[in-house]
Design a protein around this ligand. Structure first.
Ligand code: ZN
Ligand code: ZN
Length: 240
């Protein structure tokens, strides 16, 4: 009783605000961090989607594969990104990664888990879940690997073999955000190394990351896994 009274007094003095629009949050807002208006603006990727990179197909004359994937040799089998990388989800991911708001892991994981629950059968197909690794210099800067945090959350339901030590990023890469497609691929070449090929041989692997941009990084990682004998490599990200 006293506790709840103190809690409501605290909430009056220090009202919780939405991390996206900064308006005061009403009781029961989604995950206690985002208001219902901002939540409703999170845009799901809806079909038709490219069968390889998972990006929405803008040109409806293309049946299944986007023009970029037709031109390029993508090394993963398929990428699934649940949301469009814009608006509130972009802001949530940005604050989670760069603004020290590690507590946003739960809501971001929940947004992924909602999707996984709806497609449970697809996910039964995988043996190993593998977060995309960061180079140790980037890890020091950020103090956590966002992909690893998300992968751990979603794996509490999936129960796959969790692998976060096998694939290593052996070379730091310059930030991909300012680079064009060709430069990204050059920038990322040979930056991964696998320690133990036996752990991936014949396995269906689910790579996890927060955002898929051009897919060059995931493609390079998938190439290393395939070379070691992985049967299939799929990618899941929150957004693209
Ligand atoms: Zn809001
Ligand atoms: Zn594509």
């Amino acid at each position: 009783m006293l506790r709840s009274a103190l809690k409501s007094l605290f909430n009056i003095l220090y009202p919780k605000t939405c991390v996206v629009c900064k308006n005061a949050l009403k009781e029961g807002s989604f995950g206690d961090v985002i208001c219902s208006q901002c939540y409703s603006k999170i845009k799901k990727n809806r079909p038709p989607l490219c069968k390889i990179c998972g990006k929405p197909l803008r040109d409806r004359r293309l049946k299944a594969v986007c023009s970029r994937c037709q031109k390029e040799h993508i090394l993963f089998d398929r990428a699934l990104s649940v949301y469009a990388y814009e608006g509130p989800i972009k802001e949530l991911i940005h604050q989670f990664k760069y603004k020290g708001k590690g507590y946003l892991d739960k809501i971001l994981a929940r947004l992924l888990e909602d999707f996984i629950k709806q497609h449970k059968d697809t996910f039964l197909y995988f043996d190993v879940i593998m977060p995309l690794p960061l180079h140790k210099s980037r890890m020091r800067e950020r103090e956590f690997n966002q992909a690893q945090v998300l992968a751990r959350h979603i794996n509490s339901d999936l129960g796959l073999a969790f692998s976060c030590e096998n694939l290593k990023r052996i070379r730091p890469t310059t930030s991909q955000t300012e680079l064009g497609g060709d430069e990204r691929r050059k920038n990322i070449r040979d930056c991964f190394k696998l320690k133990n090929a036996d752990q991936v041989k014949g396995k269906n692997i689910l790579l996890v990351d927060d955002v898929l941009t051009t897919g060059a990084t995931c493609s390079e990682a998938a190439g290393v896994l395939k070379e070691a004998g992985a049967k299939a490599v799929f990618v899941i990200t929150l957004a693209n």
